[in-house]
Design a binder for this molecule. Structure first.
Ligand SMILES: *[C@@H]1O[C@H](CO)[C@@H](O)[C@H](O)[C@H]1NC(C)=O
Ligand SMILES: *[C@@H]1O[C@H](CO)[C@@H](O)[C@H](O)[C@H]1NC(C)=O
Ligand SMILES: *[C@@H]1O[C@H](CO)[C@@H](O)[C@H](O)[C@H]1NC(C)=O
Ligand SMILES: *[C@@H]1O[C@H](CO)[C@@H](O)[C@H](O)[C@H]1NC(C)=O
Ligand SMILES: *[C@@H]1O[C@H](CO)[C@@H](O)[C@H](O)[C@H]1NC(C)=O
Ligand SMILES: *[C@@H]1O[C@H](CO)[C@@H](O)[C@H](O)[C@H]1NC(C)=O
Length: 474
């Protein structure tokens, strides 16, 4: 294949089918295209349908999520790949079946797709896949594509997964309920095993564990790794990783054009927020994935009522078993006096509103970054996956949030205490002071000569060089 030095390479991007991964991946596509790359972007077909539905588009063949991006001059072609199941197949009720097919059947679909693309066009293609997309190594090898692994969680979490073998050898994974400080993972000064990701906690390995662990075997062969974090926030962890592989901290990346990315319709909270004093509203959300015990929801609801705080609460369908109603009679009416309960909303829009003064969060990485960016301190209630580890960064390392629950069981009294100390107390002022410092760090990182901008430009330079090198070799 001849090298076309003056033609920008063409990125093939196939998203991973979870909400928290879709948002960053779409933003990354925009960022790449704005640097002059051509992009072919594919969503899983059912994700495409979900997004269409959330936009109230009934004929989903009509929606092209990147049309606005394209009319602003970006070269992004958008298409879909079926995972082999019908669009209306209930994927959450068949989690393991879908996961199995993601491992065993989806790769063939991707293979077919990539094969056609590569043959149809003589551009210099390269592949960008979510780190969890375990099909990428095989495809990249088959077509000789330079490959990029995109990590949507902090470098700390990446590093822990990366050193799984070391942690196992030392007997610290599986954790099995022990609490121990460890200090031997390169670039991680100290972490307690209780703060490890949920997948390190139990000794029984289900299919999802296996996918994640195998993803981290494969990532060791990736040509480049991109991470949605900021160099200054995780300096030592990132430096240690950079000794092993090309690793670029490029976050937080926000999209500059509006792209539909939500799998659920978003309620508009702006009018309601307009009626509330500055910093008076607590925003409560547990993200796009988690299921929560009904008792926990009830303790939180009671806490919100007693504390007399204004609040927006995202209670996504599926968070909790709704069948017999969540709240006792009269409860919901009392909550409506000060609270707005919505099934889903545009989180960055809410967090940017001056009315919002605190965020009760599950500590998903997107939520943490968005909260940081908006200077909103957090009350942390991590549930699973990387959330307990993210909590450590927020509460212990950066001191921009507090724990909702210090013991094992959550009580309304503790909920009230934490809400009051965040929204009204001296503690809240300290947290706000700290978070504004961190926010400045992020803003500087995104400025023209900031670390994230520079790192992204380095990545662009390095990936282009690598593609040209590979082409000459072939
Ligand atoms: C959906 O839109 C496409 C493209 O505009 C059109 O060809 C097709 O007939 C429409 N389908 C239905 C069911 O309206
Ligand atoms: C967009 O991608 C599809 C699927 O790969 C392809 O058939 C089509 O020709 C592409 N369109 C453009 C304008 O590149
Ligand atoms: C899918 O299955 C889940 C769990 O079995 C159920 O709660 C949900 O209502 C189902 N969704 C649809 C659209 O049928
Ligand atoms: C081929 O790739 C170029 C850029 O790399 C793009 O502009 C063009 O639309 C592509 N054509 C097809 C058919 O995909
Ligand atoms: C990246 O590409 C190299 C060379 O083609 C290949 O050996 C490796 O397995 C690929 N890794 C991933 C994660 O795609
Ligand atoms: C990075 O994180 C921010 C905050 O959650 C998110 O909005 C953005 O999409 C992410 N971008 C990338 C490229 O990961």
């Amino acid at each position: 294949m001849a090298t076309k030095k003056n033609q920008k390479p063409h990125a093939i991007m196939i998203s991973f089918h979870l909400q928290g991964h879709i948002i960053p991946f779409v933003n990354l596509a925009i960022k790449l295209a704005s640097k002059g790359f051509s992009v072919t972007f594919a969503h899983n077909e059912f994700i495409h349908h979900q997004i269409s539905k959330s936009q109230s588009v009934t004929n989903s063949t009509e929606i092209d999520i990147f049309s606005q991006a394209r009319s602003s001059g970006l070269d992004i072609n958008y298409t879909t790949i079926s995972d082999g199941f019908p669009v209306d197949f209930n994927r959450s009720a068949n989690f393991n079946l879908v996961l199995e097919s993601f491992i065993n059947k989806f790769p063939d679909k991707v293979d077919e797709f990539v094969g056609k693309l590569v043959q149809s066009n003589s551009s210099d293609y390269f592949l960008i896949a979510d780190t969890f997309s375990v099909w990428s190594a095989k495809i990249a090898k088959k077509y000789g594509l330079v490959n990029v692994s995109f990590w949507t969680e902090p470098a700390l979490v990446f590093s822990l997964y990366y050193h799984l073998q070391l942690l196992r050898e030392n007997g610290h994974v599986p954790v099995n309920g022990r609490r121990q400080n460890i200090d031997y993972v390169p670039g991680i000064k100290s972490i307690n095993t209780k703060d490890f990701m949920s997948y390190f906690q139990d000794s029984e390995l289900d299919l999802l564990h296996k996918v994640i662990f195998s993803a981290f075997d494969l990532v060791k062969s990736a040509d480049f790794i991109l991470c949605n974090t900021t160099q200054e926030l995780e300096k030592e962890t990132i430096s240690a990783l950079q000794q092993r592989q090309p690793f670029y901290a490029i976050g937080p990346l926000f999209a500059t054009v509006s792209i539909p990315r939500s799998l659920l319709p978003e309620s508009d909270c702006t009018e309601w927020l307009k009626t509330k004093p500055k910093g008076s509203v607590l925003y409560v959300s547990f993200g796009s994935l988690a299921k929560i015990d009904k008792n926990v929801i009830l303790e939180i609801a009671s806490g919100l009522l007693i504390s007399e705080v204004n609040f927006i609460w995202v209670l996504r369908p599926g968070t909790v078993d709704f069948s017999d109603g969540i709240f006792p009679g009269g409860f919901e009416n009392r909550m409506k006096e000060r609270g707005l309960i919505v099934p889903w909303c545009s989180q960055d829009r809410v967090l940017l509103d001056p009315g919002v003064g605190g965020f009760l969060t599950h500590c998903g990485w997107n939520s943490v970054l968005e909260s940081l960016w908006c200077g909103v301190p957090m009350i942390c209630y991590p549930l699973f996956t990387d959330q307990p580890t993210n909590r450590k960064l927020v509460v212990d390392d950066w001191k921009i949030g507090i724990n909702l629950c210090e013991g094992g069981v959550i009580t309304k009294e503790e909920v009230v205490e934490k809400i009051e100390s965040l929204m009204n107390g001296k503690r809240g002022d300290e947290l706000r002071k700290e978070i504004n410092k961190v926010r400045n760090v992020l803003q500087n990182a995104l400025a023209k000569d900031g670390s994230s901008e520079k790192n992204f430009d380095c990545f662009v330079r390095d990936v282009v060089a690598q593609i040209h090198k590979r082409c000459v070799q072939v």
